[in-house]
Design a protein around this ligand. Structure first.
Ligand SMILES: C[S@@+](CC[C@H](N)C(=O)[O-])C[C@H]1O[C@@H](n2cnc3c(N)ncnc32)[C@H](O)[C@@H]1O
Length: 244
């Protein structure tokens, strides 16, 4: 995608992110939700290179959608099996049609729905996306949004700093059992750079890129969803379950 950090398009670049405590926490939480509801078909929006999609696809049928052609190509080549079907499409378009899947997953991808830069209803496109989901899904659908939210009462710089530190420490920790200190520190440095790059991108988008948890709660309730919130850590990650 235009201007998007490159690290979602190759496993080598992506690897250190998987080793951050926050990515693992989000992934574990998502897998727990899936195992709780045991859906017969999952639809995942914004699959990236398919790393988590592949894990899910070991046990469940899953359709993985991403707008980025390179990411989908990579996922098809490296993270495929018979349970998984990858589709290159904009999720904003995808939701306009009837969706039969009984579990819809957005993992670190909801915030990518572009916002209007100005005006009162600055998260208009995200709201429309949720409205379409409400309208075009089955009555008993489960929608799982697991991701980073803008922390209220914390500056974006502070939140970014905490996450970059967390990325670094957790990757060293994760690797030390298996690799030398030097190798672990190199991986941690890469993770730190990736996280910094991601937050530079967030800042470029004038803070409208991420949303607050409060915005998602209010908007989902307005649309008619029930909402369940699981807090994952102190650096802004939550898993949200929406039901009709
Ligand atoms: C941060 S990555 C998350 C990747 C994956 N879910 C994970 O957690 O490993 C976000 C992904 O959303 C995709 N994306 C962004 N806008 C999209 C859109 N409108 N429709 C579909 N995918 C989109 C990007 O191409 C990117 O691969």
């Amino acid at each position: 995608m235009e201007n998007q950090p490159s690290f979602y398009n190759s496993e080598k670049e992506f690897e250190p992110l998987e080793e951050t405590s926050f990515y693992r926490k989000v992934q574990t939480s998502v897998l727990q939700q899936i195992n709780k509801y045991k859906p017969s078909e999952i639809l995942q929006f914004g699959v990236g290179i398919g790393y988590t999609t592949y894990k899910i696809g070991l046990d469940y049928k899953i359709i993985g959608v991403d707008i980025d052609n390179e990411a989908i190509k990579y996922a098809r080549q490296n993270y495929s099996n018979n349970n998984i079907k990858y589709i290159q499409k904009d999720m904003q378009e995808y939701v306009k049609n009837t969706i039969k899947s009984d579990f819809i997953l957005l993992m670190y991808s909801f915030h990518h729905i572009p916002d209007n830069k100005e005006g009162e209803d600055k998260h208009y496109n995200k709201k429309v996306f949720l409205q379409e989901l409400y309208k075009n899904t089955k009555d008993d659908v489960i929608i799982c949004i697991s991701e980073t939210f803008l922390q209220e009462n914390t500056s974006i710089e502070e939140q970014a700093k905490k996450r970059v530190e967390e990325a670094s420490f957790s990757v060293i920790d994760y690797n030390l059992d298996k690799h030398s200190l030097k190798d672990s520190m190199q991986k941690a440095e890469l993770a730190k750079q990736r996280e910094k790059e991601a937050w530079e991108y967030v800042k470029q988008r004038e803070k409208e890129y991420l949303i607050t948890l409060q915005w998602l709660i209010n908007t989902s309730l307005d649309i008619g969803f029930s909402i369940y919130v699981e807090k994952l850590n102190d650096i802004g990650e939550y898993t949200i379950i929406l039901k009709k």
